[in-house]
Write a protein that binds this ligand. Structure first.
Ligand code: HEC
Ligand code: HEC
Length: 216
């Protein structure tokens, strides 16, 4: 690609994101995002990301980011920006977790982008099977509550918004309950407001539906 085309595309992405998020973002995150897109920063290095992930991350997040532990999220096939932003949030303390906070503290911005690029390029392996009676009604609820508007038509994520299709069931449901209880970090409040009106039993149903989505 011509570098001018790259710049225009990147600015467009940047502007859309900044417009949506401008109220909630810290200056540090803005600087981080700009460095993510800036031409002067090195492009993400997938090979370096793979080496880092294999050394430091895959023991928990599974082979190629397909976590085998129900309560540890899969990272394979996530949008790269959603991974690098989340690592940034852990490092800066916006999202807290006793395991991930110290791990993210050891990563530079460039390393976050490298591991993000690596995981984004991996295929997701989905193991959860949705209960047959939840398939149709789950899809309906995901439309009704706008999950598909933000997370994309197949819930594969979009820019900074994480992929939720085929996420490990227990982790996914814990996050949904956490957003409802307002105990899970929520950078712009979108998720807590998205789930606030959903009854717990419907949230469980949506969790079962989303965790079984196999679309790539
Ligand atoms: C000891 C196990 C362990 C190791 C090692 C580990 N993680 Fe994690 N990771 C977790 C757990 C558990 C969570 C869920 C934490 C939470 O609920 O906030 C998590 C969450 C994440 C998330 C958030 C995912 C999401 O869907 O929001 C990202 C991104 C992540 N880890 C990346 C990494 C990277 C990159 C490395 C290596 C540099 C790494 N992790 C190493 C256990 C681990
Ligand atoms: C207005 C936009 C919006 C809507 C509507 C929305 N989401 Fe989200 N969702 C987000 C954003 C943004 C995040 C990242 C929040 C963060 O980490 O701070 C997120 C995060 C999540 C997570 C955590 C993923 C992870 O890897 O940790 C789950 C699960 C989730 N959403 C499921 C849903 C479901 C199910 C619905 C419909 C009931 C829904 N979302 C509706 C924007 C939205």
């Amino acid at each position: 690609m011509e570098s001018s085309t790259v710049l225009v595309t990147q600015n467009k992405v940047n502007m859309t994101f900044l417009k949506v998020k401008q109220n909630a973002m810290s200056l540090g995150l803005i600087a981080f995002l700009i460095s993510s897109f800036s031409l002067s920063a090195n492009a993400a290095d997938i090979a370096a990301g793979k080496a880092k992930a294999e050394a430091l991350c895959n023991a928990c997040h599974g082979p190629n980011g397909n976590s085998q532990s129900p309560d540890i999220p899969a990272l394979a096939g996530m949008p790269p920006l959603s991974i690098s932003n989340t690592l940034y949030y852990y490092r800066e303390g916006n999202r807290k977790n006793p395991i991930m906070t110290p791990i993210a503290a050891g990563l530079s911005n460039a390393e976050m982008k490298d591991v993000a690029a690596y995981y984004a390029s991996q295929a997701r392996e989905v193991t959860h099977t949705t209960k047959p009676e939840n398939v149709e009604v789950g899809a309906k609820l995901a439309q009704q509550y706008n999950c598909t508007q933000c997370h994309g038509p197949n819930l594969l994520g979009l820019q900074h918004i994480p992929r939720v299709a085929g996420q490990n069931h227990d982790y996914l449901l814990t996050q949904l309950k956490g957003f409802k209880a307002m105990t899970r970090a929520d950078m712009d409040g979108n998720m807590s407001s998205a789930v606030s009106a959903i009854k717990l039993e419907d949230l469980v149903l949506i969790g079962d539906y989303v965790a079984g989505l196999k679309s790539q």
